[in-house]
Design a protein around this ligand. Structure first.
Ligand code: SF4
Length: 69
């Protein structure tokens, strides 16, 4: 269990960093902010649904919802 407050940078670190805008945001950092605020879900990022990002996806999921690891 994590007892420290997570920041947008913690989430951003695991995003693809392509800034492709497929999530509807202008860049990955903006998407990370929406995730942190609970206004988007990780599935909103099309790139991170790819197999090569599975571990990253799990890391982000555990950051934003540690009770559902
Ligand atoms: S869809 Fe994913 S990779 Fe593309 S800008 Fe949004 S967060 Fe970044």
């Amino acid at each position: 269990m994590r007892d420290q407050k997570i920041s947008v940078f913690d989430i951003y670190e695991y995003l693809p960093h392509t800034n492709c805008k497929n999530c509807g945001e202008n860049n990955c950092m903006a998407f990370a902010e929406k995730l942190l605020q609970g206004k988007k879900t990780i599935g909103g990022c099309s790139a991170i649904r790819e197999d090569i990002y599975e571990k990253n996806r799990q890391e982000i999921q555990s950051l934003i919802d540690p009770n559902r690891e």
